[in-house]
Design a protein. Structure first.
Length: 91
């Protein structure tokens, strides 16, 4: 199961590939600080701190692909963090 972010050219860049339950990883890159965890056999979480750009995030696994849009807040309000969660029950 993986998290991907779509770049400005429409290409998908891999953020994380989570192979087993309990896997955790964190990366700092343009667009924010990303922290992911594979919670269970079919569940992933992604926490984005200080997101600075609008972006499209994809979650994939062997049975489904889900697109999640993370929108930037307006100039006068800043989005400090957001949580994304994927499970087959909501796909």
């Amino acid at each position: 199961m993986s998290w991907y972010v779509q770049d400005a050219n429409g290409q998908l860049e891999n953020l994380f590939a989570m192979r087993t339950t309990g896997d955790k990883d964190k990366v700092v890159r343009k667009g924010g600080t990303y922290e992911a965890e594979r919670v269970g056999d079919m569940e992933l979480t992604l926490h984005i701190e200080n997101p600075s750009v609008s972006q499209i995030i994809y979650c994939t696994c062997s049975i489904a692909q889900r697109q999640i849009v993370v929108a930037r807040q307006g100039r006068n309000s800043q989005l400090v963090s957001t949580w994304l969660w994927w499970s087959p029950e909501i796909a």
